[in-house]
Write a protein that binds this ligand. Structure first.
Ligand code: AHR
Length: 833
């Protein structure tokens, strides 16, 4: 597969050279030249390894305009990922090795190897102590030198190389520049690119004899607690920091962040302190202690940007209270909702008995709607009270589940008809350092015993939306659960402590002597989902939580777009082999890095080949132009190898909008994913949710605030594909009456058959500014008749377009004009037998 790609790469570039290029050479090529390898100090080497060449060792020419051929991937973006003082070595087999310092003056190094100086293998990081192991004395070491390039003097190493080596580097840079220019194509230039373009005609004729089976669970969703997607989002809890567990340092941009965040105390003489001496549960160590000398004292929670309540709706309140030892009488506590205008919207009185923590409950019915209400907890009599787990849920959660999900948001996701849900991340799954790896066991059981943690995206995870709730949600929407567990390593972008190689980053990994316990946790997760409560302790916990029947877990992801290092490989292999051996019914989804190419992609695929991993998770966030120019990406995949889960993808334009242009480029690409549904088993856009005013990442599929949900145009593409998927793909003969390649690439179609209904579904994508008049001959598949037509269209920058549904009558051969910039889905009954 990879070999094929490289042939394609170099042929494609060669085809773009002017006619005769390379034939009429005026000057003879040098036999050999000097190759200078260096990094720039002004950006601490973050732009990586660069090259220049010289025929006399004095006058240097930059190669590829100073492009980087290798970048360091060690530790944090922004402050780390440095390549300092790169040195080149060569082993007897001709392989190049680049060794660089990770920090100034440190004796910690990165190393990577390449046969051709363009294709670099996995990076390994090591300390001075291991230098001689990693850099054998048999390697040729190239001398240090100074070179002036473009008037600036650099330090680096000089090697004598064949001219062909330099030429290859130049061609590589040229090809990549050319390729980038294709990926940069955007609709803003369509006015010029397609000036004078007339409507295009397309004919499609189905070839049912060549139909092939495709995945019946292709379209799914990827849920991660990013952008306040869970707490303050999908998870319906209305009280922020209900457990007083917000920790300083979780959110660097909010000064007041800590155990008292979102809480205020009212009343003269009233005070609140945070206690830890005898909590409800050790996993939940903080609670609030209120001393009240008078009436009028209250603890007030402002919710997540306010609490939204709706007139007439019921809200379930619960709280843990403990009275001070001296109090021997029952104490009354008034709980109420206070509107933004100060009016009371609902109230109830709960009674706390002496003698330790007591859980109290009440139902509040809102008398008015408000988007900025607050919750007031007011002891009626003077005294000292400990409070914890003060919680308020709408009664109307999705499917009425206790500890449930926001009905409107969950329904919007369900409306996609996703066949699977991947959770809990993303980067949240592998965490910022090993202590931040998401541990599923911390997310189950009574809420007061769950172990909250810092969210890697800079806030707090209550774990209220935990594994039980994820599994339940999957079941409620008819989707397969696809949990992702860290591969024993945290995110490669985790902070490392300079001067300490094993300082918290990916290289630390879970210590090998703890891996057995870590693997047991994964086996326990599979049992939690699938085992019999009569014989398995974890399954019993599932039953106690209200679900005696199995959740029918079939897939588990191991790793999330990790850097493929030795540290990763060792741990991934241990986990993979253990699951294969101990729970053979489970399909493991491996990972091949964060990009569609490069060392993690290549190394990840090589590891998947070696271990025979059934499915691998690919990620790429790319420009619309990438999707337009890579519709053959999966056509080139080897069918005998691992299947693909396209776990994260989205089209990114400058400014990161979610508009018709991005959405249609995703739709265009999805038609090619359907065509390759025999190798691509699942696909999920990312990220899914974003709370307005709290987004760390754009674009997202669904934006929301406390009271409303705003699906994007990209959401509608997902919904149109999710609601119109099939399990058989039918190729077509296609002719377009315009021979321009850029026109051809912007028109796509896909025909699938859904064997459940027998329906034939035609999807048509037009990314041109003119109509595409389509004549479709589907007579071998359908007799025609009433059909549903759904059309999403707009100008490329439109962010508000919505699909329009209609019912139409089509013959088995029909004409249809695709509007400019549109996705159309035509669904018709299959041929009567
Ligand atoms: O989807 C947002 C992030 O993108 C995910 O957490 C991570 O896997 C990827 O880098």
């Amino acid at each position: 597969m990879k070999g094929l790609k490289h042939i394609f790469v170099f042929c494609a570039f060669a085809c773009t050279l002017p006619a005769g290029a390379g034939v009429h050479r005026v000057m003879a090529e040098p036999d050999s030249v000097s190759l200078f390898s260096y990094a720039t100090a002004d950006d601490d080497g973050r732009s990586g390894l660069r090259f220049a060449w010289s025929s006399d060792g004095r006058h240097w020419t930059s190669i590829g305009n100073g492009r980087s051929y290798l970048r360091c991937d060690y530790s944090l973006w922004g402050s780390e990922k440095r390549m300092l003082k790169p040195e080149m070595y060569r082993s007897a087999d001709g392989v190049w090795h680049c060794v660089w310092q990770l920090h100034a003056g440190d004796r910690e190094f990165g190393i990577s190897s390449s046969a051709d100086l363009t294709d670099w293998r996995r990076q390994t990081y090591f300390t001075d102590a291991r230098f001689t192991d990693c850099v054998p004395s048999s390697w040729t070491r190239y001398p240090q030198a100074e070179a002036v390039i473009g008037g600036v003097s650099y330090s680096g190493t000089v090697a004598k190389v064949a001219w062909a080596d330099v030429e290859r580097l130049i061609r590589y840079a040229g090809y990549n520049d050319y390729r980038q220019s294709l990926y940069n194509e955007c609709a803003a230039d369509d006015g010029v690119r397609f000036a004078g373009l007339q409507p295009v005609s397309l004919t499609l004729t189905a070839r049912p004899a060549e139909a092939k089976a495709i995945s019946n669970h292709l379209i799914g969703v990827f849920f991660e607690d990013i952008n306040y997607g869970a707490d303050g989002g999908l998870y319906a809890e209305l009280v922020q920091n209900r457990d007083f567990e917000y920790a300083e340092g979780e959110n660097g941009s909010v000064k007041e962040w800590g155990p008292a965040y979102a809480w205020a105390v009212e009343g003269s003489g009233a005070s609140m302190t945070i206690g830890t001496s005898s909590p409800i549960h050790p996993n939940n160590p903080h609670y609030a202690t209120i001393k009240s000398g008078s009436d009028g004292m209250a603890l007030v929670n402002s919710g997540y940007d306010g609490i939204t309540v709706r007139k007439g709706e019921k809200y379930n309140l619960s709280l843990f209270v403990r009275l001070a030892d001296a109090q021997t009488k029952i104490a009354k506590i008034r709980v109420s909702l206070r509107g933004s205008n100060g009016r009371e919207l609902a109230s109830a009185v709960v009674k706390a008995a002496p003698g330790g923590w007591k859980k109290l409950k009440a139902t509040l019915t809102a008398s008015e709607s408000d988007t900025k209400a607050s919750l007031v907890v007011a002891p009626v009599s003077a005294g000292t009270y400990d409070f914890d787990m003060i919680s308020l849920f709408p009664k109307n959660t999705f499917k009425g589940r206790a500890n449930g999900l926001r009905a409107d948001l969950a329904q919007t996701i369900a409306d996609i008809r996703p066949r699977f849900v991947r959770f809990p991340g993303g980067c949240v799954a592998h965490g910022q350092g090993i202590d931040n790896i998401y541990r599923w066991k911390n997310s189950i059981g009574p809420l007061e015993s769950r172990k909250p943690m810092k969210n890697l995206w800079g806030y707090h995870q209550t774990m209220g939306l935990g594994y039980f709730e994820y599994f339940q949600f999957c079941e409620d929407i008819g989707a397969m659960p696809l949990p992702v567990i860290a591969a024993g390593v945290p995110c490669q972008n985790s902070a490392c402590i300079p001067g300490r190689l094993l300082g918290g980053g990916q290289q630390e990994g879970i210590p090998l002597d703890s891996m057995e316990a870590y693997i047991q946790d994964i086996i326990d997760l599979i049992d939690y989902a699938n085992a019999d409560p009569k014989t398995n302790k974890w399954a019993r916990m599932r039953a106690e939580a209200g679900h005696p029947k199995p959740f029918n877990l079939k897939y588990i992801g191991i790793g999330n777009e990790d850097q493929i290092t030795d540290v990763f490989e060792e741990r991934f292999t241990m986990i993979y082999e253990a699951i294969r051996c101990r729970r053979p019914g489970i399909t493991v989804v491996g990972t091949v890095g964060p990009f569609y190419e490069g060392s993690d992609y290549e190394e990840g695929w090589a590891l998947a080949d070696k271990l025979d991993v059934p499915v691998v998770d690919e990620h790429y966030y790319v420009a619309p132009g990438w999707f337009i120019h890579n519709q053959d990406f999966y056509d080139r995949y080897d069918r005998s190898k691992s299947k693909v889960y396209l776990g994260e993808y989205a089209a990114h334009l400058p400014g990161r909008p979610n508009n018709i242009e991005t959405a249609l480029s995703e739709a265009l690409y999805l038609t090619s994913v359907e065509r390759n549904g025999d190798v691509v088993e699942m696909a999920s856009y990312a990220p899914l949710l974003a709370k307005k005013g709290h987004t760390q990442w754009n674009p997202d599929m669904i934006y929301f605030d406390n009271g409303s949900v705003s699906p994007t145009v990209g959401y509608y593409v997902q919904k149109m594909f999710g609601n119109n998927s099939g399990d058989s793909y039918v190729p077509v003969d296609r002719t377009l009456d315009n021979s321009r390649a850029d026109v051809d690439l912007r028109v796509a179609s896909s025909v699938v058959v859904d064997s459940n209904t027998g329906d034939v579904i035609l999807k048509l994508v037009n990314m041109l500014p003119v109509e595409v008049n389509t004549t479709a001959d589907l007579s071998s598949l359908t007799d025609g008749g009433r059909a549903s037509l759904t059309v999403l269209s707009g100008s490329p920058s439109d962010t508000n377009a919505k699909p329009v549904d209609s019912s139409v009558t089509f013959g088995s051969k029909f004409s249809y004009a695709m509007p400019p910039y549109s996705l159309s889905v035509i669904r018709m009954s299959g041929k009567s037998k």
